[in-house]
Design a protein around this ligand. Structure first.
Ligand code: ACO
Length: 380
């Protein structure tokens, strides 16, 4: 039996599967570079359209380039009629928002110009907020709100959810979040997109698969449960007892631990700062203080109960706090993550199409080698 040249690496840990100029994750130093800029410089400063241009074109846009990209996205926000029909059926069938997003993403192959990678990418990025907002409203028995072409990408998302133009502070906070999560090395959903496009499939297929990968609780599905934990604890004095009980039960604490980061995830700092800026007084500030106290307790108990595993705060913990502070319901946390990450997925598709090889790893066969064929009437 032939064996693969490389050793088996469960979860592909440590395996280098691509070269990329899009992001650099330094898990030991706790640093993240997004297309050449540190996350703490880019995320709180750029508009989402500027970040997108940086990812798609490799440079920050000039004024005319930015105007053009903003216009191109705004023109593609309205969904094909069949997509709205599907979202109605999804709402009637009580589909979860991530399932609705995955199903609706696939229907964007019906949009004009589909099949061209650049056109698909613009359409997907432009349409994701419309899909999420339309499905959310339909689920609540309310009609979708038509996109407003006068608003930027992020403000328009909040507008389509709520029916009112958002305060610039909320728009800024959400933009910071979307910029922060736009890309992150060879994470599971990005790898999924690259595998699919590496077969010379199309960008809509690649992104649809990526949405499916993002949905799982070990990837993008963690912030809702992270917030639940903070609410369940309720006050700092209860943190120790509740967290100890969870760890004794063998629970994983959502928002902690990472395959790559062995120190604090730098995105947690950017998002914690954005959450604090948004929540400078009242209830929100109290929740922020509680989250900090819970974080301290969790880190201490993880060190005590899981010594040497180096489990630190990841992006999802402060995602939960920030998105809650912006006023998004927790069911929309993961779809909102997808609204940011679709920028990275599409940029990775372009990069993979530019020169990447078909992704086709090997496996080690562990089954029977000398099995015998048994006719069906002799099988037990
Ligand atoms: N809480 C408690 N224990 C944990 C946690 C956690 N959050 N994370 C890891 N561990 C423990 C494991 O139980 C295991 O312990 P053991 O050695 O006694 O068996 C050890 O740490 C190593 O865990 P692995 O599962 O091998 O580590 P892996 O690199 O596969 O896990 C992951 C990374 C999946 C993110 C994990 O830390 C986890 O489940 N975290 C909670 C979910 C979460 O926050 N996900 C979002 C990640 S960020 C993102 O994708 C955007």
């Amino acid at each position: 039996m032939s064996t693969p040249a490389a050793a088996y690496s469960p979860g592909l840990e440590g395996v280098v599967a691509a070269e990329t100029r899009l992001s650099h994750v330094d898990g030991e130093a706790g640093k993240l570079i997004l297309a050449g800029l540190p996350v703490e410089v880019l995320a709180p400063t750029a508009t989402f359209e500027e970040t997108l241009h940086l990812f798609w074109e490799g440079s920050l846009p000039g004024r005319n380039e930015l105007d053009l990209l903003e216009r191109e996205l705004a023109e593609r926000r309205v969904l094909p009629p069949a997509t709205y029909e599907l979202l109605r059926a999804a709402a009637d069938g009580a589909a979860e928002p991530m399932d609705a997003l995955r199903m609706a993403a696939a229907t964007l192959s019906l949009a004009p110009g589909a099949g061209d990678p650049r056109e698909d990418a613009r359409r997907l990025v432009a349409a994701f907020p419309t899909i999420v907002a339309a499905h959310w409203r339909l689920r609540a028995g309310e009609p979708p709100i038509a996109p407003d072409p006068a608003l930027g990408h992020v403000a328009n998302y909040l507008y389509m959810l709520e029916g009112a133009r958002p305060h610039p502070r909320r728009e800024r906070a959400l933009t910071t979040y979307l910029n922060t999560v736009i890309d992150h090395g060879m994470n599971a959903s990005t790898f999924t997109a690259r595998v699919i496009i590496s077969t010379r499939s199309d960008v809509v297929s690649a992104v649809t698969g990526a949405v499916g990968a993002l949905k799982g609780p070990l990837h993008g599905g963690a912030p809702g449960p992270a917030l639940d934990m903070v609410f369940e604890i309720g006050e700092a004095s209860r943190a120790e007892a509740v967290v100890r009980r969870m760890l004794e039960r063998g629970d994983r604490l959502m928002g902690f631990g990472h395959r790559v980061y062995k120190v604090r995830d730098p995105r947690a700092d950017v998002l914690s700062q954005a959450a604090r800026t948004l929540a400078d007084e009242g209830e929100a500030a109290e929740l922020h203080a509680l989250a900090r106290a819970v974080e301290e307790t969790v880190l201490r108990l993880l060190e005590e109960q899981k010594p040497g595993r180096r489990l630190k705060t990841n992006v999802e913990y402060y995602t939960a706090l920030l998105l809650h502070g912006i006023g998004l319901p927790k069911e929309l946390f993961t779809p909102t993550f997808a609204i940011g990450r679709v920028g990275g997925w599409t940029a990775h598709c372009f990069e993979q199409l530019e020169g990447g090889r078909l992704i086709r790893p090997a496996s080690v066969y562990t089954g029977e080698e000398h099995g015998r064929w048994t006719p069906i009437d002799q099988r037990r």
